[in-house]
Design a binder for this molecule. Structure first.
Ligand code: ZN
Ligand code: ZN
Length: 260
């Protein structure tokens, strides 16, 4: 199995990262994308990708929309620092970046400015991008229209529902689904509909740990070892064998991030 988006570098997990990575690896998770949310976090993602490279760990670096405001002044300096991190062979993508109008932790105009600047940087470096978009799909897709031809897009924790799915797929993007497909409720029902409709070659699976814990452990901290519950839920709605899903996701992951 592949965990295409996880945060063992976050403050809740960093002290037990070795333990959870080992646990995940021995339960059959053979590759991890460790994602950065700000400068420090990206640096930690990079050092963990190095430390856990025998477990198939890679990293992405970027500034999360929650953190946008902290980086508005001297933005180019910070982007240069992130660009420097991308020189490391374990860094395969720019992210997570995007817009989050649900929490609105940074003003929307600032979020858009930091998002666009990072898309430009990813374009310059020819790196795929990992997108975090929540309650902001229309604005995000309008911005991405200018980049879709030249950038590989991964909609992490896809939450655009059926409403935005066609436009997302038309952009050539991949959608990553996580623990929410195992939950009860209307939004998760719709997400299962998405999982069912979406062509398997446009799909990735993720934990987004420590968040989005799948159903049997909901309320606990999430970790990459729990990803099999997400695989099981997606395999069930798509009515395919677990092993087939596992194989296809691995191919998608390696192709998207250009892992040889
Ligand atoms: Zn996210
Ligand atoms: Zn994340």
């Amino acid at each position: 199995m592949i965990d295409s988006h996880c945060h063992p570098n976050c403050k809740e997990l960093e002290d037990i990262a070795a333990e959870i990575m080992e646990r995940a690896y021995s339960s059959g998770v053979e590759s991890f994308m460790i994602v950065g949310c700000d400068l420090d976090d990206s640096l930690k993602a990079l050092s963990m990708a190095d430390k856990f490279k025998d477990f198939g760990a890679y990293a992405a670096v970027g500034i999360h929309p929650h953190e946008a405001q902290r980086y508005e002044i001297n933005l180019n300096y910070y982007l240069d620092e992130l660009e420097e991190m991308t020189r490391d062979a374990r860094v395969l993508a720019w992210g997570e970046i995007g817009l989050d109008y649900y929490y609105d932790n940074s003003p929307r105009g600032v979020q858009r400015k930091i998002f666009i600047a990072q898309l430009d940087r990813a374009l310059k470096l020819n790196l795929p991008v990992i997108l975090h978009i929540r309650d902001a799909m229309s604005d995000a897709l309008d911005i991405l229209d200018d980049y879709k031809k030249n950038l590989k897009l991964l909609f992490h924790c896809y939450s655009g529902g059926l409403e935005h799915l066609e436009r997302v797929l038309d952009m050539g993007g991949l959608c990553a689904l996580g623990g929410a497909v195992t939950w009860k409720g209307k939004r998760s029902d719709e997400l299962r509909q998405v999982a069912k409709l979406i062509n398997i070659d446009r799909l990735l699976i993720e934990t987004d740990c420590p968040y989005m814990t799948p159903a049997p452990f909901r309320g606990k901290l999430n970790e990459p070892g729990y990803i099999k519950y997400v695989y099981e839920a997606v395999a069930a709605v798509k009515d395919i064998e677990f092993n087939e899903l596992e194989y296809k996701i691995k191919i998608n992951f390696e192709k998207f991030f250009e892992i040889k």
